[in-house]
Design a protein around this ligand. Structure first.
Ligand code: NAD
Ligand code: MG
Length: 405
């Protein structure tokens, strides 16, 4: 049997209330594209953004939600002025996100905020009995044990949106999970798969933002280039499917057609395939356990000549090793890993550190800051997150002073 949080009844025929957290981002806008395909199935009740005021205003005018939430203060004022007289409430900050995620008229929460900022509304939504469609993998990396405990206590339901985890779920439906031998997460290898490691110090921001197969937000695109994205996904898979680290494997598959695989104890392997299009796993999370007909692009078998595979190069991409080590260490290590990564990626995107400094800063933070404390509380995790970010900012400044650019 799959873990209890996958016990999700088929969606009702009438419209379900939907909150899209992070509606202006890559997953958020694609979620709204899926909603447009099934106008009878959803009533959008809440939309939220960090700072993209213009986009949020346009979405609010199109979908007429009960409320919108904005993080940034200036953007909030702009959205409030633009939506005055519409009857749409304009909320702010983490409290606003938690309120939007728990509105009585909301049934399903698409959690598509990037980073640990997405954790509080996910916990609030679980408490309020909402179905969570989880794109925000950082939530499970930072607080996997806590989220699972919350799901158990509140009989919560949560389904992954991430393409690899959606693929694994699709392979596991109807299977005895005790018969799993290995979950194999595929990785494209990112834009630097074939680039010599000796040139990594010169990697620019623009080069790191060119993903070969997927168009995504900036943070996850850099995570794909360092392969930290796959490391975060290994931790995500552990908490979603109850599978220990020694039965989680990463396989580089440059075409991103096979989204992941499951090998069972009898030697059989199942895989899920499709063109790289997040609308498919987004829709599956919203229709599960049903499947709805949709015009998403199909695989062109005549054009698809081969599928390639290779083992990941952890020497070249140390972020992957660091993620496995943080999962094995437990305690606050995954929260340190995530916060250090978020901060280091932000510094790289601001062109304050080099690409190769990202894993170095994460490794230093793991050594300096992680503790083995079992089941850290939410307060401990929030404090760990803030302290780790501070540590990485300071170390990043030191690097800038001492390194030659
Ligand atoms: P994005 O940067 O395109 O969008 C992020 C959204 O969150 C935006 O609406 C932004 O306004 C909002 N936001 C950012 N910081 C915020 C804050 N501090 N408070 C409140 N709102 C904030 O990111 P994305 O690519 O859509 O990714 C979203 C999540 O989904 C990430 O966790 C990512 O790892 C995961 N994911 C994305 C993809 C993809 O194809 N884009 C695939 C799998 C998983
Ligand atoms: Mg993924």
């Amino acid at each position: 049997m799959l873990p209890d949080h996958f016990r999700i009844p088929p969606p009702s025929d009438g419209p379900r209330g939907l909150a899209v957290l992070g509606s202006t981002g890559s997953i958020g806008t694609q979620t709204l594209e899926v909603v447009r395909l099934f106008p009878e199935a959803f009533r959008v009740q809440a939309l939220t953004a960090g700072r993209s005021a213009e986009r949020l205003i346009a979405q609010a005018r199109a979908f007429r939600p009960a409320c919108v939430v904005v993080e940034d203060e200036a953007a909030w004022a702009q959205v409030r002025a633009a939506l005055a007289g519409t009857g749409i409430r304009v909320l702010r900050g983490t409290d606003g996100l938690c309120e939007a995620a728990t509105l009585p008229e909301v049934d399903v929460v698409m959690a598509a905020i990037v980073g640990a900022a997405g954790l509080p509304p996910v916990l609030a939504a679980i408490e309020a009995g909402k179905l969570i469609a989880l794109a925000n993998k950082e939530t499970l990396v930072v607080a996997g044990a806590l989220v699972r405990e919350h799901l158990r206590r509140h009989r919560g339901r949560l389904i992954p949106v991430d393409s690899e985890h959606s693929a694994i779920l699709q392979c596991l439906v109807g299977e005895p999970v005790h018969a799993i031998e290995e979950l194999i997460l595929t990785a494209s290898g990112g834009p630097f798969r074939t680039r010599p490691a000796s040139t990594f110090a010169a990697i620019t921001r623009d080069e790191a933002l060119q993903h070969p197969n997927w168009s995504m937000g900036a943070k996850i695109t850099v995570d794909s280039a360092t392969m930290m994205n796959k490391g975060l996904e290994v931790i995500e898979a552990h908490w979603l499917f109850d599978v220990p680290a020694d039965r989680l494997r990463v396989l580089v598959h440059p075409q991103s057609i096979i989204h992941s695989l499951v090998t069972f104890q009898d030697g059989s392997t199942k895989a899920q395939l499709g063109v790289p299009d997040m609308k498919v796993p987004i829709q599956y999370a919203l229709s599960y356990p049903a499947r709805w007909p949709a015009p998403h692009e199909r695989i062109d078998w005549a054009a698809l000549r081969c599928l390639d595979f290779e083992p990941p190069d952890v020497g070249k991409f140390p972020a992957l090793r660091l993620a496995f080590e943080a999962l094995a260490h437990g305690g606050t290590a995954p929260a340190v890993l995530n916060a250090a990564n978020e901060q280091a990626v932000a510094l790289f995107l601001e062109e304050r550190i080099r690409f190769i400094d990202i894993p170095r800063l994460i490794e230093a933070a793991l050594e300096a800051r992680s503790t083995a404390e079992p089941q850290p509380s939410l307060a401990t995790l929030i404090e760990t997150d803030a302290e780790t970010r501070r540590y990485v900012r300071e170390r990043g400044q030191e690097l800038r002073r001492t390194a030659t650019y």
